[in-house]
Design a protein around this ligand. Structure first.
Ligand code: AMP
Ligand code: ZN
Length: 119
């Protein structure tokens, strides 16, 4: 599952397609969604090409755990107000009926003052 030539999120993680970067480490890349639903809306992706949550296994437990524990920290840094008055929403669309359009696993993190554009 390494970097297919035609995957837009692999290209974003590699820096060959520009994005507004929020965070990066060896395994994880985070950038602002190009069409935000909410005042704060960023996407968290593994740098490795995993198509969706349908393909994850035991070998991904540490990576997914790190992404989920990083999300609240980045949400606050990006302007979400603290829990419980503030908070954020985490969404991972999976497959056609799950509403997934880009087939490189990504976690949407949305938040900020309502009303939101969508959701
Ligand atoms: P999903 O429907 O869950 O697959 O979400 C894909 C998300 O990727 C959508 O919210 C898009 O707005 C976002 N998106 C697509 N292309 C880009 C891009 N080049 N930079 C940032 N976000 C993007
Ligand atoms: Zn990819």
């Amino acid at each position: 599952m390494s970097h297919p030539d035609n995957c837009i999120f692999c290209k974003i993680a590699a820096g060959t397609i520009p994005s507004r970067k929020v965070y990066e480490d060896e395994d994880i890349f985070v950038f602002h969604d190009i069409a935000p639903w909410a005042p704060v809306h960023f996407l968290m992706i593994p740098k490795a090409h995993i198509p969706s949550m349908a393909q994850v296994g035991a070998e991904h437990e540490a990576l997914l755990g790190r992404m989920m524990t990083l999300a609240p920290k980045l949400a606050l840094e990006q302007g979400c107000r603290p829990y419980p008055e503030g908070g954020f929403r985490i969404v991972t669309n999976t497959g056609a009926e799950g509403g997934q359009e880009v087939h490189h696993l990504h976690i949407h993190v949305m938040g900020g003052p309502r009303p939101w554009l969508r959701g």
